[in-house]
Design a protein around this ligand. Structure first.
Ligand SMILES: O=C(O)CCC(=O)C(=O)O
Length: 280
């Protein structure tokens, strides 16, 4: 039985999101929703979209990725229409409304050394504004050995935007100089407040889209690292066409500066009837 109810976010969680740019919401997502996401993820791995791929490339292991899954998979659409997560987005963003920007899956199979480089998400996405967040939802026990994401606390407040890095070697190496070159944060680790969270299914990590993060590979031989990431926008967010990077499955029909809401970036809080956009 899936419940649309869940616990409220606490004042301490909201404060941590505002100040640190990242917070782990412990035991937040009811088991039924975790199982629905596992089923939905397996369905998409078996029936990927045109954007679905293995980002490990020629390296060993398998790092599966897909995006905009709500547009072609009924279970991911149901998650947006009925789960507690869209309301959490509005709460953390201090926004009356929440819009769905994109959902994605990141699955590091056992023995997958492929790491995700340091980056923050907003320069990859089609959104300007401050009310932007993401939820990283683990579907397995996750530790640093299996690829837990590491975060630089407070980096969402630096006022800096760095060029996107490809999750596959060489990708976006020719990104034009519209954003700053990203520093080598690995060599600067001692200068930053870096955290990760060991998580269990039911825990959910919320982060601001300017919070810097990366993840190591999955060095375990006996445990998958399945995760769903979902990005949301609030009231102050406007569409921004980026010069390079991942694209929505079709042109959303917006100009840079337009308010974000449309059928590709639908309102999900307060709840609306969520339709499949009908292009898959
Ligand atoms: O799942 C991962 O390893 C990386 C996730 C990530 O970078 C993101 O959600 O922005």
């Amino acid at each position: 039985m899936l419940t649309t109810k869940s616990r409220d976010l606490t004042e301490a969680e909201k404060k941590a999101f505002d100040e640190d740019g990242v917070v782990c919401l412990r035991d937040a997502l009811p088991t039924g929703w975790v199982q629905l996401l596992r089923d939905a993820l397996q369905d998409v791995l078996s029936n990927p979209s045109a954007a679905g791929k293995n980002m490990a490339g020629a390296e060993s292991g398998k790092f599966s990725y897909d995006i905009f899954m709500w547009t072609f998979n009924d279970m991911f659409r149901r998650f947006q229409a009925e789960s507690p997560v869209p309301q959490w987005a509005a709460t953390l963003l201090g926004s009356e409304k929440a819009y769905l920007a994109v959902d994605a899956l990141f699955v590091k199979e056992p023995n997958t050394p492929n790491h995700v480089p340091w980056h923050h998400d907003q320069p990859y996405l089609w959104m300007d504004g401050k009310q932007v967040c993401s939820f990283w939802i683990p579907l397995d026990d996750v530790t640093i050995e299996s690829g837990a994401v590491e975060w630089i606390k407070g980096s969402h407040k630096w006022g800096r935007w760095f060029k996107p890095k490809g999750f596959e070697p060489g990708k976006y190496d020719d990104y034009p100089d519209v954003f700053e070159e990203i520093p080598d944060f690995e060599s600067e680790r001692a200068q930053h407040d870096i955290v990760h969270f060991d998580t269990k299914p039911g825990d959910v990590i919320a982060h601001h889209l300017l919070t810097l993060h990366h993840s190591p590979g999955n060095s375990l031989s006996n445990r998958r690292r399945r995760a769903i990431a979902i990005r949301y926008a609030g009231d102050d967010v406007t569409y921004a066409k980026r010069v390079m990077g991942p694209q929505p499955p079709r042109d959303p029909g917006l100009k840079t500066g337009d308010k974000i809401g449309c059928d590709i970036f639908p309102q999900v809080w307060p709840r609306t009837t969520l339709e499949a956009p009908g292009f898959n």
